[in-house]
Design a protein around this ligand. Structure first.
Ligand code: PRT
Ligand code: ZN
Length: 299
């Protein structure tokens, strides 16, 4: 492994993952200055630089050592990993963290009139996809032989064009399938954006920066759905109010005057809170309930 004093991360230049990836880095306290050609971002706050590229190039850049890490869909990473394993016998590409955005599924879709009875139904049929390694792996695992037609884009119109009978493509809302008279039959892979890497046991200056990045990312992700609940209540209502809080809430009583009957209660809640839940807390005796977003947490 080449020694380097700055960590280099590949990020999608534009597309579905671009904004959320950069936003996550900003939430971690990393600031960058973009080069004039907009392909490189120099880290101003830490020894971390970004390379802005097409998402399909990210696993290759990591595998060859040009970048140490990358923000990429699990679908792209898993496909590249399987393809590398098929050609070289192994792959060092790994998923370091799941990032909780860019969620979608890689699924097999069939005609709307067809009934799905299981993978055996795929035998001998033509399936169009941009993910031949993942589809091939699925077919092998189910002991089914089918004809994979590799397309780089517009997979959903392949059946209409007569290029294939079925498709295996990314689905999120399902609207694209519906518009093309197709329906989701089987999920091959549940995907989201991930932090990808390879051989991350650095012995140079990248080691402490990587540790800092991961620690801060974990901190940001841990509080993503966390809310801080503040409320006032009378001491005698405390037990009832605590019972009305969500099960995972961590509650503490804030009171400047130990003898006072008027208390302030704070609760850290690791889930979203809907109106009905707030109303039942109020009914139990809480007043002036406030729900505040939590930006950071250092455990
Ligand atoms: O230019 P570059 O090569 O970098 O970008 P790209 O066009 O190849 O990728 P991009 O930006 O479209 O997607 C990047 C990543 O976002 C994917 O690899 C997935 O991990 C993730 N993602 C999440 C999706 C979707 N949701 C998604 N819905 N990627 C693609 N789609 C497409 C899908 O291919 C289909 O055409 O959206 C359509 C289906 O959407 P629904 O909502 O109609 O089901
Ligand atoms: Zn792409």
């Amino acid at each position: 492994m080449k020694n380097r004093d700055r960590l280099r991360i590949a990020v999608q230049k534009s597309g579905r993952l671009a904004e959320s990836s950069q936003q996550l880095l900003a939430q971690c306290g990393f600031r960058f200055r973009q080069s004039r050609d907009k392909l490189f971002c120099f880290g101003e706050t830490h020894a971390v630089d970004l390379l802005l590229v097409r998402d399909d190039d990210i696993p290759g850049l990591i595998a060859e050592g040009t970048c140490d890490l990358g923000f990429v869909g699990r679908n792209v990473l898993a496909e590249a990993r399987l393809a590398e394993q098929a050609t070289t016998g192994s792959s060092e590409l790994v998923e370091v963290r799941a990032l909780g955005f860019g969620g979608c599924r890689l699924s097999i879709a069939i005609g709307q009139d067809e009934t799905w009875e299981g993978p055996a139904q795929l035998a001998g049929r033509k399936i169009a996809t941009s993910y031949p390694a993942l589809l091939g792996d699925y077919l092998r695992r189910h002991d089914v032989q089918a004809d994979i037609v590799v397309l780089s884009g517009s997979v959903e119109i392949a059946p209409k064009l007569g290029k294939a009978e079925l498709i295996c493509d990314l689905v999120s809302s399902g609207a694209t399938l519906l518009a093309n008279q197709l329906k989701e039959a089987a999920v091959i892979l549940n995907s989201e954006a991930v932090l990808a890497g390879a051989g991350l046991d650095f012995v140079d200056e990248r080691a402490p920066v990587l540790e800092l990045l991961l620690r801060r990312m974990d901190g940001v992700m841990a509080v993503r759905d966390t809310k801080l609940l503040l409320m006032q209540l009378e001491r005698q209502a405390l037990a009832q109010v605590k019972l009305a809080l969500p099960k995972n809430a961590i509650a503490s009583v804030l009171s400047s005057d130990e003898d006072s009957d008027e208390l302030c209660l704070q609760a850290v809640v690791r889930s979203t809170l809907d109106w009905a839940e707030l109303e039942s807390i109020k009914k139990a005796g809480a007043r002036n309930l406030m729900v505040l977003p939590v930006e950071r947490m250092l455990a």
